[in-house]
Design a protein. Structure first.
Lengths: 71, 185
């Protein structure tokens, strides 16, 4: 199976949603701001539950937020 | 004795032979970019672990200083000295109990104070406990054998010291595992 990385659109979505702050997103998704920062820097892959929560905050789907890039 | 000593040296060398490439690979992670003038926010667990580590380390070192400065014989025979060292160690355990109870409380509340990344770091934190305790036991073994080789008699006070040192090293290793976990991830 090919190795891959999960990339996300959190930073872009935040700015498209009235420049939502990282803290506001963290509060609404039920995680810490540090987790949002490492997610935006593509250094952490969230669980399916957190991925759904983040997608719900932006009113979109997990598919639209997270993409797998094959190495 | 020399065989045991060189075996431990060989094991330590093997550990570092594996550890250094892993650390190098981790350094290849891109650095976290933050807006100018802004530092990485500290999570509640990170703050609690740092403070607990500092307190437990200070209390443990203070207890060790009491034992070392008074000498094992005096420390063991004087109730006041022995109780003061034990009191410091119990205070350190109290700090660790407070740390653990805060984590339980955050887990029960589930309000975002402790998120899934924190839980992953917590789960990986005990990884250093067993090696740290083994190194402590090895240090005690080598030290006691080297110093009491001639008499073949070891003071029973050392059993007490071995127990406490292993317990405190285990606690410190777990707290250090949380603190370093945030740097690695």
């Amino acid at each position: 199976m090919a190795k891959g990385t999960i990339r996300n659109e959190i930073r872009r979505m935040r700015f498209e949603h009235c420049e939502m702050t990282q803290q506001e997103l963290a509060d609404r998704a039920g995680c810490t701001r540090q987790t949002i920062i490492v997610l935006e820097q593509q250094r952490y892959v969230p669980s399916l539950l957190l991925a759904f929560k983040i997608a719900k905050v932006f009113g979109t789907t997990v598919d639209a937020m997270f993409k797998m890039e094959e190495a | 004795m020399k065989v045991i000593f060189y075996s431990i040296i060989a094991l330590a060398a093997a550990f570092f032979a594996f550890y250094i490439p892993v650390r190098r690979a981790q350094r290849r992670l891109p650095p976290i970019e933050l807006p100018p003038g802004e530092s990485m926010p500290v999570t509640p667990l990170q703050r609690l672990a740092r403070r607990s580590l500092g307190l437990v380390l200070a209390l443990t070192l203070a207890a060790a200083a009491v034992v070392v400065l008074s000498g094992v014989q005096v420390w063991w025979e004087s109730d006041a000295v022995r109780l003061s060292a034990t009191g410091l160690l119990l205070a350190a355990l109290l700090v660790f109990t407070f740390y653990t109870s805060r984590i339980w409380s955050w887990t029960a509340r589930d309000d975002g104070s402790l998120d899934e990344r924190d839980r992953a770091i917590l789960a990986g934190a005990p990884a250093g406990q067993a090696p740290a305790m083994l190194v402590t036991l090895a240090a005690w073994m080598i030290g006691l054998i080297e110093t009491h080789q001639g008499t073949h008699m070891v003071h029973s006070a050392f059993l007490y010291l071995i127990f406490w040192s292993c317990l405190m090293v285990s606690v410190l290793a777990q707290l250090a595992g949380v603190v370093t976990g945030y740097r690695r991830s």
